[in-house]
Design a protein around this ligand. Structure first.
Ligand SMILES: *[C@@H]1O[C@H](CO)[C@@H](O)[C@H](O)[C@H]1NC(C)=O
Ligand SMILES: *[C@@H]1O[C@H](CO)[C@@H](O)[C@H](O)[C@H]1NC(C)=O
Ligand SMILES: *[C@@H]1O[C@H](CO)[C@@H](O)[C@H](O)[C@H]1NC(C)=O
Length: 288
C-alpha cells in the first residue's frame, strides 16, 4: 500500500513540477506582456505642461462663456429702458381725491417760475453742427468740473433755439410762457453778453413730441420736426414779455422752437446764470 502510494506519488510530483513550471512561464510571460504594454502606453501619458495648458484652456473657455452670458443678461434682463421713454410716475397720490372731496381748501400759492430743462441753439446754415453743451463749465481744484446750469438763448436769421420744459408741480397747471430780458447795458454774470435788435419779432412753434430732448445729439437735422405755430411776439429789453398762456397738465413736456418772424432782421442773445433766469421761462399759476 505504501509502495504503491509512493509509485503513484512520484509521477504526481513530476506533474506538479511541470504544472508549476508552466505556471511560472505563464506568469513571466504575462508580466512581460504587462511590462510591454506599460512601456507602449508611456508616451501617451500627458506631460505636466500639457495638463496645465488644458486646465488654462478650460478656465479660459469657462470665463469667456460666463462673460458672454453676462453680456447677454446686460442686453436683455438688465437693459435700461432709454431715459426718455421712462414713465413719469405721479408722486401726488390721492391729492385729486382730496381736493375733489371739498374737505380741504388749498393754500394760496404765488406763481412759480419754471426754467427750461433744455435751451439749445441749432443752426440752419450748419445743419449737422451739434448744439454746444457745457460752454460755461468750469474746472475748480476743489469741486472738479462744475456746470453752472446756464442756458443760452440765441435767435437770429439762421439760428433757432429749441426749448423744452417739463411741468412737474401739482395744481399749478395754468402756464404763461414769457421772455425775461435784462436792461440794455446791464452786465450779466460771467461776462456774458446780452444783445437784442430793436423791434425784432419772433415766432414760436410748438413741437408735437412727448420725448425728452437729448442735447448731446441735437442739431438742426435732429430737432423735432412736426411743429405747429404757437405765438408771435416782440420783446423789449429790461422787461418780461408775455408770449402765450396755455394749460399745462402736471408731468407733461412742452417743446418750443423760437425763430425770427418772416426773415425780418432780428437777434436776441442772452444767457441765464446762477442768479438770474434771463431767457424764456414759464410762470405756473395755481389751479386748485
Ligand atoms: C447767427 O448766429 C450764428 C452763430 O453765432 C452765426 O454763425 C450766423 O452767422 C448768424 N447769422 C446771421 C444772419 O447773422
Ligand atoms: C470777466 O472778464 C474779466 C476781464 O476780462 C476777467 O478778469 C474775469 O475773470 C472774467 N470773469 C469771468 C467769470 O469769466
Ligand atoms: C449770485 O448772488 C450772490 C448773492 O447776491 C453772490 O454772492 C454771488 O456771487 C452771485 N453769483 C455769481 C455767479 O455772480
Amino acid at each position: 500500500m505504501d509502495s504503491l502510494s509512493q509509485d503513484q506519488q512520484e509521477p504526481l510530483l513530476d506533474y506538479e513540477l511541470v504544472v508549476a513550471d508552466n505556471l511560472k512561464t505563464e506568469d513571466s510571460s504575462q508580466a512581460e506582456r504587462a511590462r510591454g504594454s506599460r512601456r507602449a502606453s508611456r508616451p501617451k501619458l500627458l506631460s505636466p505642461l500639457t495638463c496645465l495648458f488644458i486646465l488654462c484652456a478650460v478656465i479660459a473657455v469657462t470665463d469667456l462663456c460666463a462673460l458672454a452670458y453676462m453680456q447677454h443678461l446686460w442686453k436683455t434682463s438688465y437693459a435700461a429702458p432709454g431715459l426718455p421713454d421712462l414713465e413719469f410716475a405721479d408722486p401726488y397720490i390721492g391729492l385729486d381725491d382730496l381736493y375733489r372731496s371739498g374737505l380741504v381748501h388749498s393754500p394760496s400759492i404765488p406763481p412759480i417760475v419754471l426754467a427750461p430743462r433744455v435751451c439749445a441753439p441749432v443752426f440752419r446754415d450748419q445743419p449737422d453742427r451739434l448744439t454746444p453743451v457745457g460752454t460755461h463749465d468750469m474746472w475748480s481744484d476743489t469741486w472738479g468740473t462744475t456746470s453752472p446750469n446756464e442756458r443760452h438763448l440765441h435767435v437770429n436769421a439762421t439760428t433757432n433755439t429749441v426749448i423744452q420744459f417739463r411741468t412737474i408741480d401739482y395744481g399749478m397747471e395754468d402756464c404763461v410762457l414769457t421772455l425775461d430780458l435784462p436792461a440794455r447795458g446791464q452786465a450779466l454774470e460771467g461776462n456774458s453778453t446780452f444783445l437784442l435788435y430793436p423791434a425784432s419779432q419772433f415766432d414760436v412753434f410748438l413741437a408735437d413730441t412727448s420725448k425728452m430732448l437729448k442735447p448731446k445729439t441735437l442739431s438742426w437735422r435732429t430737432k423735432p420736426s412736426s411743429l405747429s405755430f404757437f405765438a408771435t411776439f416782440t420783446p423789449h429789453a429790461g422787461e418780461r414779455t408775455f408770449i402765450s398762456r396755455f394749460r399745462c397738465p402736471r408731468g407733461s413736456l412742452f417743446t418750443f422752437e423760437f425763430a425770427c418772424a418772416d426773415q425780418s432782421p432780428c437777434l436776441v442773445h442772452t444767457w441765464s446764470s446762477q442768479n438770474y433766469t434771463w431767457g424764456v421761462n414759464i410762470y405756473q399759476h395755481q389751479t386748485v
